[in-house]
Design a binder for this molecule. Structure first.
Ligand code: ATP
Ligand code: MG
Length: 487
């Protein structure tokens, strides 16, 4: 309220005092917003939108809305990715129908959200998100940094286009008419491979600092150059990320990590100084040679999975990102003589508490992370029925994958990972032989045991032959907890 008042008294914000048109002739008003304008209309097929790749659910949603007398277009990432020859993650529809008018047309639909009302239209397991065209509010209520707090006023299609983030995200595809409506030279930017913010970038980042993360994510995903004006304000405005509600940051970080380009995205964040508010530890982590290697291996593997169309659980992802912090602090406690398992739990509590303030990681996900982490010391115990019990644990698979990461990063011995691979795949006789082998120091292979199958590449510097723990790593050496067979 106070800021509204001050702004009324003193006029526009300093960074809204931008020129009326940028170098490419994009018009910007005194509020820093692009001026709504008429679209350039392309033939979608001439622009090579592969109609066959558009799901029936999205097409039917547009058809039904249009038959009901409304405008309806596929918008956002779906259109962008189709034009780029990428496989879209999901399809959103924009319309001039209000949420109530939308739900009246679809039997299986419901209104979601209170502040930002959208409609979910369901087709089997698929959901199409339908949103009503929104207006850019010039007198929107903001916080003291210019962040828009409420933005739920319906508007025209041209206004809706101006409030989208990037020109390549503001393309409207009508699959019925085979038309592609382009309000802000998105098609040109796609051809030029440029990521450009609509309107005055500084104003748009102030309104919603999450857009800075989106810049990093889309630059990494598309490989496009960030237009200089779009890039320039980020460094200075990066601290505004701190004002974004933690739950929203979490959603955006998850999108970034699951984009199939997580490593590049995080590097982009780092380049722009954006990571401070998100993963405060990332700074430290990336600078530790060991930490960097672990994260690199983990994210490379995550990206491979995503690009193969496999899922990556949020728990596993955040467990990898925060592991180095947990490990380093845990080691400190172990050196101070604390008991391994309680020390691990206490460390996790402390790290999650600090992290939680920045990034609201949901309780369910934290529980997954904790389980993946606390199962790690149990891999060191390879005697009696202990391995069998671990194998039967509900979260064995995730914890085992995590162990393999630690092996690949050189943090646990390659022998340990290979042993568990053989154990998990072996029959009861083979498993017994493996227990005996571990008791002998982990080096002797019992006769007749199958050749080592290795799913993962073994780092060259960690040849087989080490024992359960890994050299120079107090964590692993200590977590043997009496279970570690003498070498
Ligand atoms: P993805 O492939 O991750 O789904 P997307 O571009 O579809 O990418 P969404 O978060 O699904 O991203 O948003 C859909 C569309 O809504 C965007 O393409 C953009 O036009 C608009 N949009 C989303 N978030 C913002 C934002 N913070 N500011 C302005 N426009 C936004
Ligand atoms: Mg999307």
């Amino acid at each position: 309220m106070i800021t509204q008042f001050i702004r009324k008294l003193f006029g526009r914000r300093p960074d809204a005092a931008t020129p009326v048109a940028d170098a490419d002739g994009h018009h910007i008003n005194v509020h820093g917003h692009a001026v709504p304008r008429e679209p350039v209309i392309y033939s979608a097929s001439a622009e090579k939108i592969p109609r066959g790749d558009v799901p029936q659910s999205a097409i039917r949603t547009c058809e039904t809305l249009q038959k009901g007398g409304f405008k309806a277009f596929i918008v956002g990432g779906g259109v962008r990715d189709l034009l780029l020859g990428l496989k879209p993650k999901d399809f959103d529809v924009a319309t001039d129908a209000t949420p109530a008018q939308v739900t009246a047309l679809f039997r299986r639909s419901r209104v979601i959200g209170r502040r930002f009302q959208i409609v979910h239209v369901m087709y089997g397991r698929e959901t199409i998100e339908v949103s009503t065209f929104r207006a850019l509010q010039t007198d929107a209520e903001t916080d003291e940094h210019g962040r828009v707090l409420r933005d739920n006023l319906w508007g025209s299609q041209a206004e809706d286009a101006t409030r989208r983030d990037f020109t390549i995200n503001a393309l409207y595809y009508d699959p019925v008419a085979d038309a592609l409506l382009d309000y802000h030279d998105g098609v040109k930017d796609l051809h030029r491979r440029v990521l450009r913010m609509i309107g005055d970038p500084a104003t748009r980042y102030r309104e919603d600092p999450v857009r800075m993360l989106r810049t990093a994510r889309f630059a990494a995903k598309t490989g496009f150059a960030i237009e200089p004006g779009t890039k320039a304000p980020i460094r200075e405005l990066a601290p505004l990320i701190h004002n974004v509600p933690a739950a929203r940051l979490f959603d955006e970080m998850l999108k970034l990590l699951q984009s199939g380009h997580s490593l590049e995205s995080l590097q982009q964040l780092r380049n722009e100084g954006l990571h401070h508010g998100l993963l405060p530890m990332l700074d430290v982590i990336m600078e530790q040679p060991d930490g960097e290697r672990f994260i690199r291996v983990a994210l490379t593997r995550t990206d491979e999975r995503v690009l193969e169309g496999k899922s990556v659980s949020p728990g596993f992802l955040f467990a990898t990102l925060l592991w180095q912090e947990v490990r380093v602090r845990w080691n400190e406690r172990l050196k101070a003589g604390e008991q391994a398992i309680p020390a691990l739990h206490d460390t996790i509590d402390a790290v999650m508490e600090e992290q939680g303030a920045k990034l609201a990681i949901q309780k369910r996900i934290i529980a997954d992370m904790r389980e993946i982490w606390t199962l790690q010391p149990r891999f060191e115990r390879r005697h009696g029925s202990t391995p069998q019990r671990l194998l039967e644990h509900l979260r064995f698979r995730a914890a085992y994958d995590f162990l393999l990461l630690r092996c690949d990063a050189g943090e646990a011995s390659a022998e340990l990972g290979a042993w568990w691979t053989r154990y998990a795949e072996g029959d009861p006789t083979e498993r017994e032989a493996l227990i005996a082998e571990a008791a002998n120091g982990g080096t002797a292979r019992s006769p007749g045991s199958p050749a080592r199958k290795r799913r993962r590449r073994r780092p060259a510097d960690k040849a087989a032959g080490g024992e359960g723990g890994s050299e120079g790593n107090p964590t692993d050496a200590r977590t043997g907890q009496g279970g570690e067979p003498p070498a």
